[in-house]
Design a binder for this molecule. Structure first.
Ligand code: MSP
Length: 531
């Protein structure tokens, strides 16, 4: 992708029935890293996140808490979901709530167009529904309950009984779109990623698609169907449209044309909604399908998807309070191959923090800055004649930049970080072999010492630029300490090695990643509801 192009990235909008855990934070960080990277490439970037507030799940939670769904949603959004974004340093450009007037209005326009174009009809729905998933279930999605649910059919994901629905509903003619969807997957092999997710979606659609029930009439917490106010829009149908309503669908054609289509980052559990239903809805209106749908893996605890309903959710603050926000962001992006499941463990987090952030990167920065301060009174020297060792650093920096950028293009965030780390490792090796402290002992080596220090500082500048999307705080501190000009987040990432600065370093007041003495918890700390 050439720089300057539109890059619209989204997270799923989160249910406000409960507070966030690190699984939600994981989705946010991944999308944030991609957004920050693209901004630094000069792309016309827009990053949307938000909350999903309608449906039976929220209604029931509110009722159980003796309040209305609107005040419940307001409370959770202001006390839990918006604070999450600050707690993990998310740089979203917009935050949409499905109770926003702009969204409700956009949904009505979308729906009316579908109705006018003949893609919606009235029918009878009879079947099972899981309120946990907010999804109509096929018998093959269900298992026999055990314990208190003995004798009942339960949802295989939530392990709670499903409900038998028998309602007059409006239906979307999704079955009309199976062939067009298959053609889309065929023409654009990277439309659904990763490959395993694509294969699953293709075989699902090949089995044929049913029409989709898109309204409910037994409760009223939702957006009213424009031509029949006794029905509210099915929560998923409403929620998917947020990606369009947030960028002006139906009301501001210029903004919509500028932003759409989007790259959707979603958990693999909600892939079909995004890779099957949502593109079909768009096709029905003659709109472009999304640019890409990427299904990431789950954070697992004890081999199972971390979830609040199973009491395995860990609050992000349980990690950030000890390790800091940057380390939180780094750990999940580095330790888990994006697209695969990953098991969270305090031991692994602690080990990576120490080896990679504190010793590998932080210590490198402190040492180089301290040596320029001690041997050259803080003035970054000019480079003299270079040796193959210096050339190697320049070459690694160039390669790392290119590889990291190409990996981000493939949405392979972990590979991008691994590429950048080649430069961390190369610089550490360089300092060890060049021994600036030994060169400093003899004035005859002054020019050589100048070159080594200049090369090392230059490498640090490239690292600050390349790591800013993942470690915004540490990169900014480092950038200031080495005299970088302007904000590090404004530096062109695909030219990370061509940065310039004042030529002076300032000692770091504290290590970028201080040693952590406290014992880390041995067992996961459940996220507790603040509501
Ligand atoms: N409201 C819907 C999405 C609508 S998008 C139009 C929803 N919300 S959710 O709050 O239940 O989940 C939001 C996201 O969090 C999903 O992508 C889901 O995969 C992700 N995660 C929830 N638990 C997770 C883990 N344990 N690990 C990784 N991601 C997890 O679904």
């Amino acid at each position: 992708m050439a720089t300057g192009e539109s890059f619209y990235i989204t997270t799923p909008i989160f249910y406000v029935n409960d507070v966030p855990h690190i699984g939600h934070a994981y989705t946010e960080v991944a999308a944030d890293v991609l957004a920050r990277w693209h901004r630094q490439r000069g792309d016309d970037t827009w990053f949307l996140t938000g909350t999903d507030e309608h449906g039976q799940k929220i209604l029931r939670t509110a009722t159980a808490n003796d309040t209305t769904p609107q005040s419940w949603a307001d409370k959770l959004v202001s006390e839990a979901w918006q604070p999450l974004l600050e707690a993990i340093n998310i740089s979203n450009d917009d935050f949409i709530r499905t109770t926003d007037e702009r969204h409700e209005n956009g949904v009505r326009i979308f729906l009316q167009r579908l109705w006018d174009a003949g893609f919606i009809y009235t029918g009878e729905y009879k079947g099972y529904y899981c309120v946990g998933c907010e999804e109509y279930k096929q018998p093959s999605d269900l298992v026999d309950g055990t314990g208190q649910y003995e004798g009942q059919l339960v949802c295989a994901i939530h392990s709670i009984p499903v409900e038998l629905l028998e309602e007059k509903n409006y239906f979307f003619r999704m079955s009309d779109f199976a062939d067009r969807l298959l053609a889309l997957y065929e023409e654009r092999p990277d439309f659904v990623q990763p490959e395993s997710a694509r294969n699953e979606v293709v075989s699902f659609v090949k089995r044929g698609l049913d029409d989709l029930s898109i309204s409910r009439s037994s409760f009223d917490w939702g957006i009213k169907v424009p031509w029949d106010e006794s029905h509210v829009v099915y929560v998923w149908f409403d929620a998917l449209m947020n990606y369009a309503t947030a960028v002006g669908f139906g009301v501001d054609d210029e903004t919509f044309a500028r932003r759409w289509p989007a790259t959707h980052i979603v958990g693999k559990d909600i892939l079909r909604f995004h890779a099957v239903i949502w593109p079909a809805m768009l096709m029905a209106l003659g709109e472009e399908p999304p640019a890409r749908v990427f299904g990431h893996g789950w954070l697992l605890v004890g081999g199972e998807k971390m979830s609040k309903s199973k009491l395995t959710g860990i609050a992000p603050e349980a990690i950030t309070s000890t390790f800091g926000i940057d380390a939180f962001r780094y750990y999940f992006m580095r330790a888990i191959s994006f697209g695969q499941d990953g098991s969270f463990s305090w031991e692994d987090l602690s080990a990576r923090y120490q080896a990679e952030l504190a010793n590998g990167f932080g210590n490198l920065a402190s040492r180089v800055i301290a040596m320029v301060t001690r041997y050259r009174q803080g003035a970054v020297p000019e480079t003299g004649a270079t040796t193959p060792a210096d050339e190697h650093i320049y070459a690694v920096a160039r390669d790392a930049t290119q590889q990291a950028d190409a990996a981000i293009e493939r949405l392979a965030i972990h590979e991008s970080l691994a590429a950048v780390w080649q430069l961390v490792d190369a610089l550490n090796g360089y300092i060890t072999t060049q021994e600036p402290w030994a060169l400093a002992k003899d004035e005859a080596n002054a020019e050589r010492l100048d070159t080594v220090l200049a090369t090392a500082v230059h490498g640090l500048g490239a690292l600050a630029v390349l790591l800013a999307p993942v470690l915004p705080q540490a990169a900014s501190t480092l950038w200031g300490a080495i005299g970088g000009e302007g904000e590090v987040s404004a530096q062109a990432i695909d030219h990370a090695f061509e940065w310039s600065g004042s030529g002076r370093v300032t000692p770091l007041a504290a290590p970028l990643f201080p040693r952590i003495e406290a014992d880390t918890p041995a067992t996961p700390t459940p996220a507790t509801s603040k509501a």
